[in-house]
Design a protein. Structure first.
Length: 442
């Protein structure tokens, strides 16, 4: 089967604009938390939620008998927000995937997009930290576009060309990470003297990008899978997926269920360590180099450029059945990058470490996803990819808080040294995995 070029381009554009909207906020997190702390301290607004979080951190400090050093409080608050968003993704991803198997991809995609748009609107009007958290809650529950676009790309490709399709899903991520953070930082810098206003324009731009993605979906996307099951059977299937213990069960893919489970475990462990360290990166540069939002944006721009080059020039040329070796290589490369980040106070060395980090980021997850979708059962593709995404979301739910807690307790150097050591676990497991021998040709 040849790739339907029109569908391929449409899915790529939908995901690109959706991710542009999503990445705009990334370099702004340290400044946003500073902003809400400032207005709460100055009495401009009383925010019980923010005060409660600070009381919780103070309780942690006293319980652990730490010195009264609060410069890392924002790191841990950021970790709480990151974990909250990903935990909600963990809950919603398998249900969204299963619903797309039942009701069709396009209908469910549009529903998730409207929810995401609502979250950006609330962020735009978030005069209190409570409203900002509400925007993240709605966004975490509704953000199903990546899962559904990945599933649709799997629908229109075969085992032989699926790797190419997944590379372009990865490219949409990389292009968004090149442009989105810089766009967010640029518009935030327009009102540097008025912090409250500096976050309004980035939120409005996010809304605009999301509306473009919805427009393309409504008028140009043809559904890649129409509903198969009755509503009653579908509801039973969805309810079953609420049980987190079923996430690692891929019994519907009888011949390759064990192989899929092993890939899911590797994905879980890799993202557990990677996403936590990824989340703290902007805090490291804020702490060591006093980076502004624009400088954070440039850092993420560099990372995105490297990922585009890696995915477009290297990953897409990896031959069928060679994916595992490339995954091993990617995980191995990230270990020295984390060690460099742990020790350096040089911007130049930081960029070199980020180059290695970006190589791994552009390699490991796209190739794990490629391998997984090649051997996932056709009849349950949406459900299986939903589970795979949810497992990744579970890692991302645990990782930010866990990593930010280590950062908060021991500092950035020890945090990244521990993180580097942890990558030996997924490296060992993927090295030992035996690729499924069944030829699953779609």
């Amino acid at each position: 089967m040849e790739i339907n070029t029109r569908s391929f381009v449409v899915i790529f554009l939908i995901l690109l604009f959706d991710l542009l909207a999503f990445t705009i906020i990334l370099p702004l997190f340290p400044s946003i938390i500073d902003h809400y702390n400032t207005i709460n301290k100055d009495g401009e607004s009383s925010d019980a939620w923010l005060e409660y979080i600070h009381k919780l951190l103070e309780w942690f400090r006293k319980t652990l008998m730490m010195p009264d050093e609060r410069r890392y409080n924002n790191v841990l608050i950021g970790g709480i927000l990151g974990s909250l968003f990903s935990f909600l993704q963990f809950l919603s991803s398998p249900i969204v995937g299963a619903c797309s198997d039942i009701f069709g991809r396009k209908k469910v995609l549009l529903l998730t997009m409207f929810g995401t748009t609502l979250s950006y609107i609330i962020w735009w009007k978030a005069v209190t930290f409570k409203l900002f958290i509400l925007s993240r809650i709605i966004g975490g529950l509704a953000k199903g576009s990546v899962l559904l676009c990945t599933t649709m790309m799997s629908d229109i490709t075969t085992k032989e060309n699926r790797g190419k399709g997944m590379v372009f899903v990865g490219l949409s991520f990389s292009l968004a990470f090149i442009s989105g953070p810089l766009i967010g930082a640029y518009f935030a810098s327009q009102h540097r003297d008025k912090l409250a206003e500096s976050f309004e324009k980035p939120a409005i731009v996010s809304i605009g990008f999301q509306l473009v993605s919805i427009f393309i979906t409504v008028f140009f996307l043809k559904d890649t899978l129409l509903s198969k099951l009755s509503i009653s059977d579908g509801l039973k299937k969805v309810i079953k997926l609420v049980n987190p213990f079923s996430l690692f069960n891929f019994s519907s893919s009888k011949e390759c269920g064990s192989f899929l489970r092993q890939l899911a475990v590797v994905n879980f462990l890799y993202l557990l360590f990677f996403s936590g360290l990824e989340f703290t990166l902007t805090f490291v540069t804020h702490e060591r180099f006093n980076f502004t939002s624009m400088q954070q944006g440039k850092l993420l721009f560099f990372s995105g450029v490297v990922m585009v080059i890696v995915q477009g020039g290297y990953v897409r040329r990896i031959k069928l059945n060679k994916e595992k070796n490339a995954i091993v290589q990617g995980i191995a490369i990230i270990i020295p990058s984390m060690l460099l980040i742990s020790m350096t106070f040089s911007v130049t060395v930081m960029y070199f470490a980020l180059f290695l980090y970006s190589f791994a980021a552009g390699t490991v997850v796209p190739l794990l996803t490629t391998l997984f979708t090649q051997y996932s059962s056709d009849n349950d593709n949406g459900e299986n990819i939903g589970k795979f995404r949810s497992i990744g979301a579970l890692s991302r739910a645990i990782a930010p808080f866990l990593t930010c807690f280590v950062y908060w307790r021991f500092g950035s150097t020890i945090c990244y040294i521990i993180g580097a050591a942890m990558f030996f676990f997924p490296l060992y497991l993927i090295f030992k995995v035996e690729v499924c021998k069944v030829d699953k040709d779609q």
